[in-house]
Design a binder for this molecule. Sequence first.
Ligand SMILES: [Zn+2]
Ligand SMILES: [Zn+2]
Length: 287
Amino acid sequence: MLIDTHTHVQVHQFAGDRQQVIAAAFADGIDRLIVPGVDVESSRDALALATAYPGRIFAGVGTHPHDATTLTDEALAAERELAREPGVVAIGEIGLDYYRNLSPREVQQRALIQQFALARELDLPVILHNRDSHDDMIAHLRAYGQGLLGVFHCFIGTKEMARDALDLGFYLSFAGPVTFPRNTELAEVAAWAPADRILVETDSPYLAPPPFRGKRNEPRHVRLVAQRIAELRGLALEDFAAITTRNAEALFRLPPASGTGTSDTSDTSDITTPSPSEKGNPSDASL
Ligand SMILES: [Zn+2]
Ligand SMILES: [Zn+2]
């Protein structure tokens, strides 16, 4: 059994078949999902899924660096209310993204600092998005993140960058890029990282691993990420899955697994039929 610790299954790309996608993941042994928000609305949608699937889906509440300009005082207050609800296990995703710079850097930094404070206030871990912004992220964690725990989601950095995160007590979560053949350095990091600090995720609908590259990613594909890292570490998939599940339960303080198999009874008979929206979806862009 695996936990997909980062799937945006609440977003519009899943509007047509969300229940089937979730049921397919459960049926495939992906027994729990963590669904981060990227703004207030998507955080509310994540919480709605956590409420609909108690014990199986958990929500993150946060504003993504791309959307940092939307984090007004009102939005921050709305996040505080949402994050107090049962089923919310993290503040996220939050962070810095100097690759796309969709919000000005100072605005991203301000949103990050405000949401660090919210995480501390509510005693929740943080889910960090960090792209081309490593030095500033580490500096912000040192200056404003004392006492916080969390995860560098979709980690794609070097071993030195991994060490910075680990030294702060943070976890590393690996996604589809660790399965891409050209990413040999990232594969080395995944093989080397301490066993008690590794998580796996899909970041779906983005970053589908082979043989699904170019298609919409789904939480069930976290198995391919875990399989790849298990091979790199010389472990059986079941053993590596048990390790990463334990880590996710510890970081996000998940209740003991309630599910044995799938408790969802929705019709999954058409899950193998690609929906029209699956064609031409973004593949290698990430959130
Ligand atoms: Zn994401
Ligand atoms: Zn992200």
